[in-house]
Design a protein around this ligand. Structure first.
Ligand code: PBG
Length: 325
């Protein structure tokens, strides 16, 4: 008995057929745009390593947020660049700090736009590490928890819709959840950067935020890129501690883990398409080496296919415009 030749190409013949059987959708509604809000900037300041991304004054951040919302992007995640840094990173939990002021201003102007606060100390510490230093010069895990929780509370009080700890200390999700609940902020969800790897792809971000570590590196708290099972363990622990959403970062070389973390947690999963991933595409596009629009939409679609519900990406504004065409 012979079978007819399988013809998968039958369903690829026309745009209508391809549309009918397309498995993955990508909408502006899946995207989150990172914004850098800088205390010392009036207007906008270009970031050399991230063409098309700028450090913004609070006023410009409000305008940018409005443009994003008009394009259908439902959320922004804020990173602060303070005027002054100190050993503890006290600017992170200053109720009048740059992120807190930006949250209030954006929420006042655009109440329906979701504002996510990135909770970390590295933009605020003079040593550039993500927590407080112990006597041995390494980051002191437990001493950092209280500072991170204070930061999350301060952002939530300013009106953040979601807090997103990106520091990778053990136990910070539980510490933040307990503190939010104790302060009457039980409705504020936590998006945990559960599987955040010690990656070369954060280089441009550190340039943008001036947050490169002054000594050493982040490998005693961020994950080893070689480890997948551990990423799943991290995510499950964060779920136990009260995470409402979990995040995998970076994204492009970590599609397997977006998939595994989604399978293991069944929570909303975010993928962070990080600065170095953005810079690679931009540099190639600017050099005429690839078609930016097609490449970006392919990348973002692949993250959705891997299992990401939410994609944090510096391409958000342009991608939203392309998706509306
Ligand atoms: C803060 C933080 C970083 C990023 C997001 N939150 C920097 C880092 O861990 O060094 C990187 C984002 C990006 O590269 O786009 N800890």
């Amino acid at each position: 008995m012979s079978f007819p030749q399988t013809r998968l190409r039958r369903l690829r013949r026309t745009p209508a057929l391809r549309g009918l059987v397309r498995e993955t959708d990508l909408r502006a509604g899946h995207l989150v745009a990172p914004l850098f809000v800088a205390a010392g900037v009036s207007g906008r300041e270009p970031i050399a390593t991230m063409p098309g991304v700028e450090r913004l004054s609070i006023g410009e951040a409000v305008l940018e947020a409005g443009e994003l919302q008009a394009r259908g992007v439902p959320a922004v995640i804020l990173f602060g660049i303070p005027d002054a840094k100190d050993e503890q990173g006290s600017g992170a939990w200053d109720d009048e700090g740059v992120v807190q002021l930006a949250i209030r201003a954006i929420k006042a102007a655009h109440p329906d736009l979701l504002v996510i606060g990135d909770v970390c100390l590295c933009e605020y510490t003079d040593h550039g590490h993500c927590g407080a230093l112990g006597a041995d010069g390494d980051v002191d895990n437990d001493a950092s928890l209280a500072l991170l929780a204070r930061t999350a509370i301060s952002q939530a009080r300013a009106g953040a819709d979601v807090v997103a700890p990106s520091d990778m200390m053990d136990g910070r999700v539980g510490a933040i959840r307990a503190e939010l609940d104790a302060e009457g902020l039980g409705d504020v969800p936590i998006m945990a950067y559960s599987a955040k790897f010690a990656s070369a792809f954060y280089g441009p971000f550190r340039d943008a935020a001036g947050s490169a570590p002054a000594f050493g590196d982040r490998r005693s708290y961020q994950m080893d890129p070689a480890n997948g099972d551990e990423a799943v363990r991290e995510a499950l622990l964060d779920v136990q501690e009260g995470a409402d959403m979990v995040l995998v970062k970076p994204a492009l070389a970590y599609g397997d883990l977006i998939h595994r973390v989604k399978d293991a947690t069944r929570l909303p999963v975010a993928a962070y398409n990080v600065s170095g991933e953005y810079a690679m595409v931009k540099a190639a596009a600017l050099a005429g080496l690839l078609d930016e629009r097609t490449a970006v939409l392919e990348i973002l679609t692949s993250l959705r296919r891997a299992g990401a519900d939410i994609i944090i990406t510096y391409h958000a504004k342009e991608a939203a415009a392309w998706l509306a065409e």
